[in-house]
Design a protein around this ligand. Structure first.
Ligand code: BGC
Length: 757
């Protein structure tokens, strides 16, 4: 279709393009050559519905591969994993006639209770942003648009469509925005989805600072801002703020409101035109992608037609899902080398999760997986002699005592018991109330561990669960997260040593929920959730206040061992450095190691977290192999957000670059001194006297003027009182003028100010 300038259309037509054509598509405008495009979920599988549309997972969708959800991908710490998921989703989206996918989600895991944490990568913005960007690049290389979501500060499900996330500016800039910033600036996603919640009182979908000033003016975003499904309250305010496309549609009342607002002079037609052009452009590019198979064996014949993921692609992607999922598994504990299972050993498999695995969460990301691996079948297929007992069940009709006894019996007879536990029912739309596993599962673990020669526990959950009360009973613990449809195969590969585990925690596992920094304010009250912990989210808090955790962010074991050798940090500019570090596989198996680079500093006038992740990379090493990696640390690796100056600042001072096996275990470090920002802070009459005196130009002039106007007695007094400067440092210059004996005037200060400009 040849597109003409859609802005030349009548206003009514243009307005109609700004709400969806139906639940999952934009509207086609044939007269301007604008096709319709399908946008659908989501982040770990294509949820293409034929009929009976909904965004909450009630109605079925076409079969599509369920890849590991973001909670798992986050734990891989591997851009390759994120990229391969993105590329595969691109292939399936094309096959199913989908032009734009609604993912990835890069919101920060502020609280482990957030019911949607399984759709997000990490509690750390760098890890979230780097993985999100890798996903977007790979997805869009297939011609399918990505939608990074939910912009911004959407960190809970409770009251999600109304709650105001009250976040101070520094916290927003340092914690909640950087993952979006990185994805937008580095990977250029086709779309950004405005969140349901309010940010500091203003609905995210009507937040012009967020959607226009920051997203477009600062970050250079040129794509489409789409609403979350049903997020728009005031359509005209949303459009004026920068929200291009309202979904779902159609919404003729809101289209008419746009027309009226233009006629009434409340909204400039140029705003409508800009959004119309963006939507039309997205439709054109995404339509072209969905129309052509390029790589997919069986794309839909015409764009927008519901195609199918053919058998060959489905089989290839199932194998890929298994391979990728295995790299996301985190081995938390492995006492006495309980794992890997010895070949051919007698294994008691206990727990319903072994036959009915939990491999994804509920809600809009729910994928209709065509086949699901179970751990039990997969372990058998790998040649182990396996007996099985459910141990406990949600089925009220069965006798819990008898079930547990049966589990204890099979565990006693085996060489090793593997207990599969986890959470059911995690879903978008609600938060969890605690971190606990169901009590009957904890009892089961303890009962089995009391008799088994060795006990391995595999946890399947979309977020952190507490390990307390049973941690010490288990010889080995495996965090299996939600791993997608090939979870069973991936877990059995790791348990058996076919794959050496290499995942690392992307979120801290606390000892108690109450230790989490958001504990006192999550999920808020009276319509507000106050992000009172500021930048001290997750490990930033635990490490800064020295709070013990069960397992720190970044922790994860392997069947081999690694050593970190020489570290060299070279300062490459006023505010940049390069880190070089050598890692050796000191064990007897091939394995993957994550190099984690943290920066610790007290430089600058703001409270800094004890350390912050600033770079990472994952390396595959053969037994005995050593590799030296070089990682650049850019300005942002050392910066804090200076709220008064509305800019990133690097304070002059010393910075310790640390290599951590986790956020809690530093294995090498080197301190460097950075020149930092030498440009002086802009002064005003309301700046504190301390800032005036510290200013390279204004300071000496003020000093001179003060001594010139001082009496002999004042001079003597000030010399005798060495602390005077500390006493007056915080007084605003303007107010200082009114102190007795000060002979300076506003004009004097203004003259000095002018010399600084
Ligand atoms: C979710 C989005 C999703 C949309 C469409 C909403 O409920 O918050 O993440 O993309 O539905 O399904």
């Amino acid at each position: 279709m040849q597109q003409s300038d859609p802005a030349a259309l009548p206003l009514e037509k243009k307005a109609s393009l700004l709400s969806g054509g139906d639940f999952w598509s934009t509207r086609a405008l044939d007269e301007a050559g604008v096709p319709a495009v399908v946008l659908t979920d989501g982040p770990h599988g294509v949820r293409r519905q034929r009929a009976g549309a909904d965004h909450l997972g009630f109605h079925a969708s076409e079969p599509a591969t369920c890849f590991p959800p973001a909670v798992a991908v986050g734990s891989s710490w591997d851009t390759e994993v994120a990229a391969r998921v993105g590329a595969a989703l691109g292939r399936e989206a094309r096959a199913l006639g989908v032009g734009v996918l609604l993912g990835p989600g890069v919101n920060i895991k502020r609280s482990p209770l957030c019911g949607r944490n399984f759709e997000y990568y990490s509690e750390d913005p760098l890890l979230s942003g780097v993985l999100g960007a890798a996903f977007v690049r790979a997805l869009q290389a297939q011609g399918v648009g990505a939608t990074v979501k939910h912009f911004a500060a959407n960190n809970q499900e409770t009251n999600r469509m109304r709650v105001s996330a009250d976040v101070d500016e520094r916290t927003l800039r340092e914690i909640y925005l950087p993952a979006f910033e990185r994805v937008v600036t580095e990977a250029r996603p086709a779309a950004v989805m405005a969140a349901y919640n309010r940010l500091n009182g203003v609905p995210a979908s009507q937040h012009s600072r967020l959607l226009t000033d920051i997203l477009r003016a600062e970050w250079g975003f040129e794509g489409v801002v789409v609403s979350d499904w049903g997020a728009v309250g005031d359509r005209v305010a949303a459009l004026a703020a920068g929200l291009d496309l309202q979904m779902p549609g159609p919404d003729t009342a809101n289209d008419a409101a746009i027309v009226r607002a233009v006629h009434d002079g409340v909204l400039a037609e140029a705003v409508v035109d800009a959004s119309v052009r963006r939507v039309a452009e997205l439709a054109a590019t995404a339509h072209a992608a969905a129309a052509g198979p390029a790589g997919a064996t069986d794309a839909s014949e015409a764009a927008g037609t519901v195609g199918a993921v053919g058998d060959a692609l489905a089989a290839e992607h199932h194998a890929l899902a298994r391979e990728l999922a295995a790299d996301c598994v985190v081995l938390l504990k492995n006492e006495g080398n309980a794992l890997p299972l010895v070949e051919g050993s007698r294994v008691a498999v206990v727990g319903e999760f072994a036959v009915d695995p939990q491999f994804q969460g509920g809600g809009s990301s729910l994928v209709n997986a065509p086949c699901v691996d179970t751990p039990l079948a997969a372990l058998r297929a790998l040649g182990h002699t396996v007996t099985y007992a459910a141990g406990c069940t949600q089925d009220q009709a069965l006798d819990p005592e008898a079930l547990r006894e049966e589990a204890v019996r099979v565990a006693r007879e085996a060489e090793v018991a593997v207990v599969f536990v986890g959470l059911r029912g995690e879903t978008e739309g609600s938060d969890r109330e605690d971190l606990e596993l169901p009590a009957e599962q904890v009892e089961l673990v303890r009962a089995v561990a009391a008799v088994a020669a060795r006990t391995v526990v595999v946890v399947s959950a979309g977020g952190v669960v507490s390990l307390e009360g049973w941690h010490d009973d288990a010889d080995a613990i495996v965090a299996g997260w939600l791993l997608g449809q090939a979870a069973g195969g991936a877990l059995s590969d790791v348990l058996s040593g076919v794959v050496n585990p290499s995942g690392r925690l992307a979120e801290s596992i606390p000892l108690r929920l109450a230790d989490n920094p958001s504990y006192l304010t999550f999920p808020g009250e009276a319509g507000h959730v106050r992000y009172g912990e500021g930048v001290m989210v997750g490990y930033r808090h635990y490490e800064t206040v020295g709070r013990a955790v069960r397992y720190p962010f970044g922790h994860g074991l392997s069947y081999t061992t690694f050593s970190t050798g020489e570290l060299a940090v070279d300062v490459t500019g006023d505010d940049t450095a390069t880190v070089r570090v050598t890692v050796t596989n000191t064990g007897d198996r091939a394995g993957k190691h994550v190099v984690q680079v943290y920066v610790a500093t007290a430089a600058g006038p703001v409270r800094r977290p004890a350390r912050e992740l600033r770079a990472f990379t994952k390396l595959a090493l053969l037994p005995g192999e050593s590799r030296t990696v070089e990682l650049p640390l850019d300005r942002r690796a050392f910066a804090y957000y200076d709220v008064e100056q509305s800019r990133w600042a690097v304070a002059p001072g010393s910075y310790t670059v640390q290599i951590g096996e986790s956020a809690g275990r530093v294995v090498a470090e080197q301190t460097v001194t950075l020149t930092g920002d030498t440009t002086a802070v802009a002064l005003s009459l309301d700046s504190a006297l301390g800032d005036w005196l510290a200013h390279p130009v204004a300071g000496p002039l003020l000093q001179q003027a003060l001594s010139a106007g001082a009496t002999e007695e004042q001079r003597r007094g000030s010399e005798a009182n060495g602390d005077l400067i500390h006493m007056i440092a915080s007084i605003p210059a303007r107010q200082f003028l009114h102190f007795p004996g000060i002979t300076l005037s506003t004009d004097d200060l203004t003259r000095i100010l002018e010399t600084t400009r």
